[in-house]
Ligand binder design. Sequence first.
Ligand code: PEP
Ligand code: MN
Length: 474
Amino acid sequence: MSNGTEWSPSSWRSRPIAQDVHYPDAAALKKTLDRLQTLPGIVTPSSIAHLSSRLKDVAQGKAFLLQAGDCAELFEDCRADKVEAKLRLILMMSLVVVWGARVPVVRVGRIAGQYGKPRSKDKEMVEIDGVRKEVLTFRGDNVNGFSVNDRTPDPDRLTQAYFHSSATLNHIRGLLDSGFADLHAPLSFTFDHVRDQTLQQSYEDIVDSITDSLDFMKTVGADPSSSGSSDQGTLNRVDYFVSHEGLMLEYEEALTREVRGPPSSRRGPEAGHYNLSTHLLWLGDRTRAADGAHMEYFRGIKNPIGIKVGPTMKPDELVRVLDIVDPDCVPGRVTLIGRFGASKIEKSLPPLIKAVQASPHASSVIWTSDPMHGNTVSPPSHPSIKTRRFEDIVFELSASFRVHAECGSRLGGAHLELTGELDEEGNSVTECVGGSMQLGEEELQKRYLTHCDPRLNAEQSLDIAFLISHALKS
Ligand code: PEP
Ligand code: MN
């Protein structure tokens, strides 16, 4: 409870709302929200409780959190091939980390609901039929359209967000249930188009070692999937959770449900309010004001939450925020997602770590690094394109590992914008420059497919997975 006031799923409405969306038709918005309130949850309270227990392991240093996906999903990207490519990449990355560092990985996608976007400007100048006009900015597929002729907020897009999230998650569940992540066939999730031969070889070496180990276990009768043991299935399937930025509070409120009474089993969900639109919800750097509407909504839900922490966050403000959202200091409830920028991290991070260490939250928070959002630049050769330099991303991520270690703290995870998406010819996107494939600025326009921030492609993502694996080993 903050400011001594009672929490309810709608108590955020009395606070200042950053990044608010104004719908021209209030009656249509109400009709949409009434409908959303009657629909079943996209995820269940028990699966949320399961993620909370995995995040407790991360908070205690027993696992590493890999949260990754698109900056913004589009409804039209809800296609089997695209969803498979995204899932495949995060599975490959986690395989590299699990195998290399022998650390369990908790996989959380920025997927199945990552539609809303915060924007630095409400309006922009565009050209429509040769005439310069001011229009509202694109706020994500759940608000308005990317096309400049479709920028009026439409509440029906919230219903579409619900159904596209459900379809995406349904496909993911189907893939995992039918052995998509089966360690007995890890080659089925390899990439044969990887441009860098050394990178491809390093990944294939891991796959070969895993196949050898499984063969050996089978030979000595220790492979749980062939022995009928009660562990059957642990090598065939993996946990995978979903997340999105909790920006559109009307939507989040409409998908919030109360679980009453004591848990039905030891691992069952506790009583309280759960946001059933996703497993984990995070607060963006622009909506994290301590007395704002978003903080008010977040403090009352049982879901684990993330909070973006940028260079403008003050140490005492961070502790105040933690007091509001996690007064009981529950291990793994809060993930602090640092996103400072390569030039600022070494100065900005240590005072924040020290403030948390001196607070009651010292051993309950998870610290992760988002090396993407503080490193967005427009290269002089392409001033209208946003990109990120791979070397800046690597610098910030490596500095996060180092600074935490120097402060006696621990980096518990990474938060990345990436995609395994390919074009018609099977080529990966060209949105961030550098990496082992040495993507040059002149190549940016070849396959620049993002509608929001630039993402790492498959090769660059695997480079990062090897970096994480090495950092965790040393
Ligand atoms: C994002 O994660 O896409 C985002 C907008 O990040 P931030 O809130 O850190 O700017
Ligand atoms: Mn982004």
